[in-house]
Structures are given as structure tokens and as C-alpha cells.
Design a protein around this ligand. Structure first.
Ligand code: GLN
Length: 477
């Protein structure tokens, strides 16, 4: 059962081949037997209850495609009455008193929450090694990382521990783990999915999206979570199309742009080969390929690693042991309370970023760092604007290498460099996807597709056409 897509499972439920309770129990058994550390909390009681309700709805023909489908929910989304930790000791005791809009919408869809997925602490990282609850292992090779920050989510799907998972992407956290684990993931346009109740990392970059086996499944889940939300002032009030509607459109005549900067030094040969083979596949489907340039993409890493820490230093100030978060024992005074609570509650990478952000925002350095970063952010967005005058979609690798060994990055900056191809889309707010495009030394390679604003439907269509033609998405560890 765990090899089936959402679309197939929905059919099986409808045809009474199995019940949602049986399906849920099957996944729970697999989760309990797994040593991949993909979950922080297993919500087995909630799951079985939700599955029972789903079975009643299916029996009375009141079901939709998502009714009774079990999923893993990234532990960054608030879930009413359930621990929501963002993988930090800081929130180890935090039981969310309300649902995030995404959680609410998933509940409304009749889904079954198996548990809260492991992640990098406060979504900071590219390897899922910064979690307070320990590293997550890649099911393709358990000595390797699954990518981050939505590593637990990607592993839940790739390891057959859930039918799909939710993720968030601030600088690549849906696409990069999807790529490293051989699954499909989409980061929608900024403003497409509500951020309400999603623990904020960098508010101007964060966006939620699905991690699934196929593009069709991503379309099904995006249908459920997209849309305007008056509780999130950055969510945009534009119509939400039915993302499953155009999956079968022909892509004859599609213009693909390959940015020369994405194929330069630093890209692993095996990854480059797989990407170029995928591009050939698109040409066979009638697409036309053009070389383009994103000249300012070289500034993506320094720009992102100023903007994101600045925003997180502000967002995480509420974790002070008073308003939110871990509180130290027996503080001598208020300053001691703040100091020790934050020292004890935050991990090393989070502290590093709070310090960088606080420094960059300080009166003496604001112009030199934060203001400069905002200007280069604008240049990066403009590159895309120019590119989309010439092409329909931009393609390239998601990550310069396949999954790397656990513990292999000894310094933070070399880890940051691994985000080179994913950060610029978040800085511009554009939608982007990762789809399985091949293997290199037996490890999955993800193809990145970047679209213009609000082109999720088009991206899903292009991905679906590729998946009708190839079977990389059907390969399992
Ligand atoms: N790897 C990037 C970072 O560490 C992106 C993480 C994310 O998208 N949440 O910030």
C-alpha cells in the first residue's frame, strides 16, 4: 500500500480494497519499525480517530480525493493540542493552542495526520542535522543526509512512512530534500499559501508546499492548502485554479531556459549528466531549449544569508522564556532569565544566525549589510523578470551534489554554499519545483523547474508530462 500515490490510494479507498483505518495502521506500523528518525511526534490516537471518521464519510459517499489519506506534517505548523516544536529544545514543551491555516485546511479535507515530521531547528539548515531530536537518515543510504530543512517530511514520503508530507521552503527546504530523497516537491509563489500559524523563520521568504511521490499528487495537495487567508497579510487574494485540471496539456513548443550560471564550476558531473538527460527528454516532448543568464545569481548566497538571519533575529526574539519557549530554572533576575533561557533553548546554528542578524541590523551596520542585501535582492528578481520575457520555464539542478554524508560539513559556510541554486527563487518570491530526474552513483538527482509568478499550474503540467514519459519518480530506495 505504501508504494501507492494519493490518486491510487483514493481509488483503493473508494473501491473498498482497504479502509482508511487499515491504511493508517499500515503506515503507523512502518513508522514504529523505522529507524530513520523522520518523526518528532507520532499522533497515533488522532490518526486512528481521523481515519474512523474518514471511513464513515467514504461509506456515505461524502468523500473527496484526500479523505482518509495519511500524511506527515512538518513540525513547524501549529497543530491544536499537539506539540509543535520546530525541532528546537526551545519549544520542546509547546502545545499549540490553535491550528495553522494549513493544518486547518488539511483537517477540513478529511486527511489523517500520522505525526509531526522532524526538521532542522527552526528550519535552519540543508541537512536536517540541526534538529534537537537528532539527525534524520536518508532511506537511499542511511549514512547520508536527507537534505533540509524538511528532511523528516521528505524521508516520510521516500521511505514509505506516509502518503505525502507538508514542508516549508525559505531558501530551498522543500526542493532540496525532495531532490536528495528522490521525490517531488513544489514551493508555490510567495503569498499563495497562508503562513498563519507556521512558526516564522524569515517572513519575507517562507512559503509552505507539499512533498509527494508525483506531480499529480502535488497538484491534489496544493488544491487543498492554497488560497487567500485574511489572517495572513502577505497572502494574496487571487483565484486558486484547480491544479489538477491542466496536467495533461501538451508541452509542445514550451521554451526552457538553462541559466549558464547553474551549470558552472562546482556542479557535480553525475548531477549535470542527469539534468542534461532530463532536458533531452523535454526536447523529445517538443520543448525548445535556450541558454539564458541570471547574472546576479552569484549574489544569492550572501544576500540570502543576510536577509534570512536579519528576519529570524527579529522573529525569534519572542522565544524569551516569558512569552514563548523554554525557561531556565531559578533565574536571579530578568536579564539572567533571558540570557540563560535563550542560551539553553537554542542550538548552535540558530544562535549563529540570531547573532549575524542582530549585527547586520544594528545602527552602525544596517546600510552596509541589510540595505545592501535588499538592493541585491532587487537585482536578483530583475534577472528573472528579464529571463521570463524569453522563456516559459527555467530549468537546472536543485543541488550541486547528491546527498552528502552525515556529519561531513564541518563549517557552516560550506553548508550554505550547497543552497546556491535554490535561494534566488525565494528572494524573488517565484514558484519552483523539484522532480526526480535520475540517479548518480545510486543516489537521486532532482531537476529544478522555476516558473513565473502564479505559474504553479504550468509547472505541475510540465512535471506531470515528464513523469508520464519517465519512471524516475517511481524508483524507491
Ligand atoms: N538551507 C537554507 C537555510 O539554512 C534554507 C532553509 C529553508 O528553506 N528553510 O536557511
Amino acid at each position: 500500500m505504501h508504494d501507492k500515490t494519493i490518486a491510487e490510494l483514493a481509488q483503493g479507498l473508494k473501491n473498498k480494497e482497504f479502509s482508511s483505518v487499515e491504511l493508517t495502521q499500515h503506515y503507523l506500523d512502518r513508522i514504529n519499525a523505522s529507524d530513520l528518525n523522520a518523526f518528532i511526534t507520532i499522533t497515533d490516537e488522532i490518526a486512528i480517530k481521523q481515519a474512523q471518521v474518514a471511513d464513515q464519510h467514504i461509506a456515505s459517499s461524502q468523500s473527496t480525493t484526500l479523505t482518509g489519506i495519511p500524511y506527515a506534517h512538518k513540525d513547524i505548523f501549529c497543530t491544536h493540542g499537539v506539540k509543535t516544536s520546530a525541532a528546537s529544545k526551545m519549544l520542546d514543551n509547546f502545545i499549540a493552542p490553535y491550528d495553522a491555516t494549513v493544518s486547518h485546511k488539511l483537517n477540513q479535507s478529511g486527511l489523517v495526520m500520522l505525526g509531526k515530521a522532524n526538521m532542522d531547528e527552526f528550519a535552519m539548515g540543508s541537512s536536517n542535522e540541526s534538529s534537537f531530536y537528532g539527525a534524520v537518515k536518508n532511506p537511499w543510504d542511511t549514512n547520508k543526509v536527507p537534505g533540509g530543512s524538511s528532511g523528516g517530511s521528505a524521508v516520510a514520503v521516500a521511505g514509505g512512512l506516509s502518503a505525502f508530507a507538508t514542508g516549508t521552503d525559505t531558501g530551498g527546504s522543500i526542493r532540496q530534500p525532495a531532490s536528495l530523497c528522490g521525490i517531488t516537491g513544489i514551493k508555490p509563489t510567495y503569498g499563495r499559501v497562508s503562513r498563519y500559524g507556521m512558526i516564522a523563520y524569515a517572513s519575507s521568504l517562507d512559503q509552505a508546499g507539499p512533498l509527494t511521490k508525483t506531480a499529480e499528487d502535488s497538484a491534489i495537495v496544493l488544491n487543498a492548502i492554497a488560497g487567500f487567508d485574511e489572517k495572513d497579510s502577505t497572502s494574496v487574494d487571487t483565484e486558486v485554479p484547480d491544479y489538477t485540471q491542466n496536467l495533461n496539456d501538451s508541452i509542445q513548443g514550451l521554451t526552457i531556459g538553462l541559466p549558464k550560471e547553474f551549470f558552472a564550476e562546482g556542479l557535480d558531473d553525475g548531477v549535470a549528466k542527469a539534468i542534461m538527460a532530463a532536458v533531452k527528454e523535454f526536447e523529445a516532448l517538443g520543448a525548445v531549449v535556450k541558454e539564458i543568464s541570471l547574472p546576479n545569481s552569484k549574489y544569492a548566497i550572501p544576500t540570502y544569508y543576510i536577509v534570512a538571519p536579519c528576519e529570524c533575529s527579529s522573529n525569534l526574539s519572542r522565544m524569551d522564556g516569558v512569552r514563548f519557549g523554554h525557561r531556565c530554572t531559578d533565574p536571579t533576575d530578568l536579564e539572567d532569565l533571558y540570557l540563560r533561557s535563550r542560551t539553553e533553548g537554542f542550538g548552535e546554528e540558530v544562535k549563529r544566525r540570531i547573532m549575524i542578524g542582530t549585527y547586520a541590523l544594528s545602527a552602525g551596520y544596517y546600510d552596509a549589510y541589510y540595505l545592501k542585501a535588499q538592493k541585491t535582492r532587487h537585482l536578483i528578481s530583475n534577472d528573472f523578470k528579464e529571463a521570463f520575457k524569453k522563456v516559459d520555464v527555467i530549468m537546472g539542478p536543485v543541488s550541486p551534489t547528491t546527498a552528502f554524508d552525515l556529519g561531513s560539513f564541518k563549517d557552516p559556510v560550506s553548508m550554505y554554499l550547497a543552497d546556491i541554486y535554490t535561494l534566488s527563487t525565494n528572494l524573488a518570491g517565484l514558484p519552483a519545483m523539484s522532480i526526480p530526474a535520475g540517479l548518480s552513483q545510486k543516489m537521486p538527482v532532482g531537476l529544478q523547474m522555476i516558473g513565473n509568478y502564479w505559474s504553479e499550474s504550468k509547472l505541475l503540467n510540465i512535471a506531470h508530462q515528464f513523469q508520464q514519459q519517465t519512471d524516475w519518480h517511481a524508483q524507491t530506495p
